[in-house]
Each structure stands twice: as C-alpha cells, then as structure tokens.
Ligand binder design. Structure first.
Ligand SMILES: Cc1ncc(COP(=O)(O)O)c(C=O)c1O
Length: 384
C-alpha cells in the first residue's frame, strides 16, 4: 500500500494505527494507556442527567484547602513569570515540616511524575522494578514506559503486600522496589517490622521507594501499626519517600508532589526532572495547604468515618476490605462490570478494577458526609 500524507490522501483507520504502531519501540507497542476514573461531565452527557456523583479517583470531597485557594488567587497577577525552578519556598516549608535539609527534597508535577523520573534516573535497560501484584498501576507503567522490566510479586490472600514473596522476587538486577502504604487500590498498610524486613533484604544496589500518597489518612488510625517511610529514610539512605498534595490537601488539579531522599539520591533525581515542572500556583497553593492543619484534620477524620460506614454497610455477599486510605475496595464475589454499569445508570461513578488485575472488585472513594448515604444506598441496591 502506498502511504501518503496530505490534504487529499488519508489513511484508513487500520492503516493509520499500523503505521503509528511501527513508529513505536517494542516496549511501547504493547502498552495500554492509564484509564482514569470516568469524569462526571462525561456520564451526565451520555445519560442526559445532572447530579452524577464521582467516587472513583480518591479525591478529597472537602475540596481544596481554603487557604490554598486564597493563596492561588493572590498569585494570579504573577502568572506571566516563570515559576521558581528550584521551588525554594515550598522546599523550605517542607524542610521545616519534616525537619530535613532542603537538598533532601525534590518537587514533581504530582508524585506520579517523580516515580516515572526515578526509573529514568536509576535503571539501566535490564534493571528491574519490583512491586507486588496489586500495587498502584503507575508502579508497573513507570517501568514499562521506560522499557524496563517490571516484576510483580504475588500478594497475600487478603491482596496486601506479601513481604516474603516480595523479598523472594529480588534478584541482582533489582534496582527499584516500590511499595505503597496505604496501598492503592487495596487500602492495606505495611507494618514497621515488615518495612524493616524489606530494607534488610534490599539488594545493595537497589533503592526502596515508599509511596505515601495516603499516609496522612493512615495517621487517623493510630491503633493500627503502620510504617513511616520518612523515619526509615532518616536511618537508611536507600529509602526514598514519595508524598503528594493531590489527596488529603485536596489539590489533585494542581499537580504537585515531592520526594524526600538522601541528598545524593535527591540530586540524581533532580538531574532528570523537567525544568519548571511545578508551576507557580502549585507552589504557592502547596505552601498554604501545608499550614492548613484544620483542613487536614477534618479530611482525615472524614475518611476514617467514611471507611467505617462502608465497612458497616450491608452489601449482601459483597465484602468491603479494610482500608486506611480515603477509599475502599469491594469484593463483589463475581465479575464487577455489571455492577459498575448499573451504578453508572444510577449516576454513581466508582472505579472498576479489572485493569488492575481484580475483575471482581470495585474501588469506592469516601464522599462528602452529605453524599455518603447516597453512595451506600446505591451500592446496596446494586450489590445486595
Ligand atoms: C498510591 C498512589 N501514589 C501516587 C499517586 C499519584 O498522585 P499524584 O501524581 O497526583 O501526586 C496516586 C494517585 O492516585 C496514588 O493512588
């Protein structure tokens, strides 16, 4: 077939995708793009309804920190200027919060960006990224996008990190080990002793990434033993912690997160981060949000209450897994697609988990207090 591009020569859709596929290196050819939760506007357009409720992306139902919103408004007149590429004021605020040095902090356009950059900063083509089977999808994607092998260790029967299996998956090629605590989508945490076992078994040339996107929510459950990646990082330079402003601070739309790491590791990561990756509004919003302790406390309490409500609800044979995040996984006992579609028709958007290797599961984020009865009643009507 002759392929020509111009105003009069158009390729058929199949030929188009064959041609584009040939452009891609082999590791990109097999990739599926990340599927985020369905937007409210999309569902409302499709069904011709209003008032749809999205509980699919673990967003903060209390909205952004009001202090952040005010700081962002105040910064609007300076938008013609490039942001501070070094993010000095935000790093200084974070250094105060964590009692660490400025050069132990790296900013990113969300913690997701830092994860992708970490693979680029550390992995040779044959180096492996290791996590467990039901970790956050980005752990796998960040390796695959860079063409690095990803190793998924088996999880426990309760879907949480099986520390023995994780350690058994370490090889001399292991370069990054990534664990989330609380983990998305399972809500499970890693105990202090488990984290120490992983660190003790870490191959000498490997870095342990502890993803603490939801850690502030776990702190609302002081009676449950959960590890602190930041404490571990202070005693072992091979531990790097990822944190984000997208969750408890309610700033997912701003795209700002950070890594706390040994200064040599932070310097390495800094070499591959894009210049001006964190915008001015993200920087000023994040600084103000850090100070908004009332918003943080209210958000953590709301999440715990929502999880307790979900766990206490009667969903028939469906089971809500324990979670220390602002979301819970529901085991429907059979493929969840029908349940997902029925919920959509009732205007409630949850997250189907088939793409995460969990075809029987749905993930539900905690909603605002006033919306929780609707979430629970709709789930019960569909599941029970
Ligand atoms: C476990 C976990 N880590 C990291 C992220 C990335 O967050 P962001 O890139 O918005 O900081 C998410 C987002 O959902 C997450 O669930």
């Amino acid at each position: 077939m002759t392929i020509g591009y111009g105003s009069t020569t158009l390729l058929s859709k199949t030929a188009d995708s064959e041609w584009a596929s040939a452009l891609a290196p082999s590791h990109v050819r097999g990739l599926d793009a990340y599927q985020p939760g369905k937007p409210v506007e999309e569902l409302e357009r499709e069904l011709g309804i209003t008032g749809a409720l999205k509980v699919a992306s673990n967003e903060n139902p209390l909205g952004p920190s009001p202090r952040a919103a005010a700081a962002i408004t105040a910064a609007l007149p300076s938008l013609h200027l490039y942001p501070d590429a070094g993010g000095f004021a935000l790093r200084r605020a974070l250094a105060t919060k964590w009692n660490c040095e400025l050069d132990e902090l790296v900013l990113g356009a969300g913690s997701n960006e830092l994860l992708y950059q970490l693979v680029l900063a550390t992995c040779e083509p044959t180096d492996e990224v290791v996590s467990h089977k039901f970790g956050f999808l980005s752990y796998r994607l960040s390796a695959q996008v860079a063409g690095r092998p990803f190793v998924a260790a088996p999880a426990t029967a309760a879907l949480s990190c099986d520390v023995d299996a994780l350690i058994a998956a370490f090889t001399p090629r292991t370069k990054l080990v990534v664990v989330g605590t609380p983990n998305n989508p399972t809500g499970s945490v890693i105990s202090k002793a488990q984290l120490q076992r992983i660190i003790d078994a870490l191959p000498a040339r490997a870095l342990l990434v502890v993803d603490e996107a939801y850690a502030e929510y776990a702190d609302a459950w002081p009676e449950i033993d959960h590890a602190s990646g930041v404490d571990a990082m202070r005693t072992d330079p091979r531990v790097l912690v990822l944190r984000t402003f997208s969750k408890i601070y309610g700033l997912a739309g701003l795209r700002v997160g950070y890594a706390i790491a040994n200064r040599a590791v932070a310097e390495l990561l800094g070499r591959v981060t894009r210049t001006f990756n964190v915008g001015t509004l993200a920087q000023v919003g994040a600084i103000a949000a850090l100070e908004d302790t009332a918003h943080i406390a209210a958000s953590a309490a709301l999440a715990r209450q929502g999880i307790e409500q979900l766990r206490a609800a009667d969903f028939g044979a469906a089971k809500v897994l324990p979670s220390l995040g602002n979301f819970a996984l529901i085991d429907c006992g059979r493929p969840s697609t029908d349940f997902y579609n029925q919920l959509l028709r009732k205007g409630v958007i949850v997250r189907p988990m088939a793409a995460w290797g969990l075809p029987n599961h749905l993930r539900v984020s905690v909603a605002a207090r006033a919306d929780m009865p609707r979430v629970i009643e709709t789930l019960a009507s569909v599941l029970a």
